[in-house]
Design a protein around this ligand. Structure first.
Ligand SMILES: [Zn+2]
Ligand SMILES: [Zn+2]
Length: 222
């Protein structure tokens, strides 16, 4: 019989399978503790939370002090969770300190104070822009969150709605600019808006496809 709790995790126990039992009212489950040991417990004990781990406390104390897990280095044990797993104070490479469950460290579920995830999020954000910019219409692209990226990146001086293209008030000419790797690779004036946009797009295709990260910084400083 397929039991719905098979594969589920209750505190430190993961249900492996249901065992044959003479007593039909007492369903027995084979479970694996986070520490690796197997135990047999009744379904009621496991689901009800009366059994939360293999019961071998000393077994759960695994000395990981000084060990590195991603960006985290375990410093010292600082207690245990309600499930019975040990909590460790960790030093992150970025300077922060966090308390993490031993299991999460050993299984690679937690590898930083959160800074790693934030950085990955930023990379994903950059890929978002790149993906949408490649679709050709850089005047109205939105991030996955629906944020209008143009409005985030458009400077005060920009009067055209297109990044890097602005109108000179006095002359009525259009300036096309692209700041890349610390210098302007495009800095020209055109009679028409269309020409300026085309020049900017050409420059984007030439420089930005190769190194999008740098472009992001240059826009911020622009
Ligand atoms: Zn255990
Ligand atoms: Zn960190």
């Amino acid at each position: 019989m397929v039991d719905s709790v098979i594969g589920e995790k209750f505190h430190m126990l993961t249900v492996i399978c249901q065992l044959e039992s003479h007593d039909k009212r007492r369903k027995l489950l084979l479970c694996q503790c986070d520490c690796g040991r197997y135990i047999v417990a009744s379904r009621g004990e496991v689901v009800g939370g009366r059994k939360r781990n293999c019961g071998n406390k000393s077994h759960h104390y695994i000395d990981i002090s000084g060990h590195q897990f991603g960006r985290l280095t375990a410093i010292k044990e600082v207690g245990e969770t309600s499930s019975g797993d040990k909590k460790w104070l960790c030093q992150c490479e970025c300077g922060n300190q966090v308390v993490v469950k031993s299991y999460a460290l050993r299984k690679g579920l937690t590898r930083s104070c959160g800074c790693l995830r934030r950085e990955l999020g930023q990379k994903r954000f950059a890929n978002d822009i790149r993906f949408l910019a490649n679709k050709g219409n850089s005047t109205s692209f939105l991030s996955a969150d629906g944020v209008n990226l143009v409005s985030l990146r458009k400077g005060e001086r920009n009067t055209s709605g297109v990044i890097g293209v602005s109108k000179e008030k006095k002359t009525g000419w259009w300036n096309a600019r692209l700041y890349f790797n610390g210098k302007y690779v495009l800095l020209k004036t055109f009679d028409s808006f269309e020409e300026a946009v085309a020049a900017r797009k050409n420059a984007e295709a030439q420089y930005l496809q190769r190194n999008y990260q740098v472009e992001q910084h240059s826009v911020a400083n622009d």
